[in-house]
Design a protein around this ligand. Structure first.
Ligand code: SF4
Ligand code: SF4
Length: 328
């Protein structure tokens, strides 16, 4: 009997999700034992035309990592949706837009200008990338950047969401185990639309640091002082996003004395991670005087990037005015 088909794709992302899958060590052999891996560009040679030639719904499971940044990303998202029975938004970029989504705070022309004119770029002829270029051998095309980055579910229907930047390998291994058990008739899939490979509470619930009453008169940065190893980082004035972030990673960052930056996204009860974070921070400010509150908040470096580091495209805001107005 032939094995069910498996695919994994990398859109606008850094590659960390692919490494996290490989980090499952011997568990990766279960994928090979139970699936026919038909498309996984980072691990095997396969072309888009191979996928186009497959029957619709012939791939049982596709893990799609990365945001939708350009027309190629969107084309492949539609293609894999059509060919797959189960499409999983895998990692922070696919589920929420992720780090590439921070581009939504700027217009595309301003970003291209920055990339091609700043000191680190040697561009004496002031060239800009072209989406089509003709050479004697034919025409070269490169994908067209979209004005605003999107999460996967903003372009196609998604069956399951697996958060994390990247998803923790033990969570990936647990999901592989579940899928294998489903294939063997020993378990059932969760309801469509569910978050898999994560918890239902907050990172604070998994954190071993002691929490007292939080009141902050000043924010500080982790590199500027040595925090107490046992006390909540937020109480020490370091902006830790644990209270508003979904559990599942085991609080790896605060356990290593690094604040949570929110990569697992919002908890179930929050439609907007950034707003929830803002709320959590506002509740611990030790002042009611607007001028003093503003001064304390000024201590937060890059607030937009801090509160919407992973979730700008999937948030209620989705993009700044500059990105919305960008036609190019
Ligand atoms: S250090 Fe962060 S994750 Fe841990 S209890 Fe404090 S706010 Fe929550
Ligand atoms: S502690 Fe926060 S930033 Fe670190 S892995 Fe967990 S959710 Fe992501």
């Amino acid at each position: 009997m032939s094995k069910p088909k498996f695919a994994m794709y990398w859109a606008a992302a850094c590659g960390g999700c692919e490494i996290a899958v490989l980090n499952t060590n011997e568990k990766i052999l279960d994928v090979d034992a139970n699936f026919d891996v038909v498309f996984w560009p980072v691990a095997m040679d396969a072309k888009y035309k191979d996928v186009e030639a497959m029957a619709d719904q012939s791939i049982l499971l596709t893990l799609f990592n990365g945001a939708i940044r350009n027309d190629e990303n969107e084309h492949i998202a539609h293609l894999l949706r059509k060919k797959s029975q189960i499409l999983v938004a895998f990692g922070a970029c696919a589920t929420q837009g992720g780090i590439p989504g921070l581009a939504n705070l700027s217009s595309t022309p301003s970003m291209v200008d920055t990339a091609f004119t700043t000191l680190s770029t040697d561009n004496p002829d002031d060239l800009r990338p072209q989406t089509k270029y003709t050479i004697p051998e034919g025409e070269i095309t490169i994908p067209t950047l979209y004005p605003a980055v999107k999460s996967l579910d903003q372009v196609v229907k998604v069956d399951y969401y697996m958060p994390g930047c990247p998803p923790e390998s033990h969570q990936i291994a647990a999901v592989i185990d579940l899928v294998v058990q489903v294939l063997q008739g020993k378990a059932q899939l969760p309801p469509t639309g569910a978050v898999i490979g994560a918890g239902n509470s907050s990172v604070c619930e998994e954190c071993t640091r002691t929490r007292n009453e939080k009141k902050i008169a000043k924010f500080t940065r982790i590199q500027d002082f040595k925090p107490d190893p046992d006390v909540c980082l937020l109480e020490q004035g370091i902006l830790c996003c644990g209270a508003a972030t979904r559990s599942g990673c085991g609080a790896v960052c605060p356990k290593a004395a690094v604040p949570c930056v929110g990569c697992y996204g919002a908890t179930d009860d929050s439609p907007d991670h950034g707003a929830r974070l803002l709320n959590a921070v506002a509740s611990v400010i030790d002042s009611r005087d607007p001028v003093e509150v503003e001064k304390i908040l000024d201590g937060i470096p890059d607030p937009a990037g801090m509160f919407y580091r992973f979730g700008m495209p999937g948030s209620l805001l989705r993009a700044s005015k500059a990105a919305w107005e960008d036609k190019g």
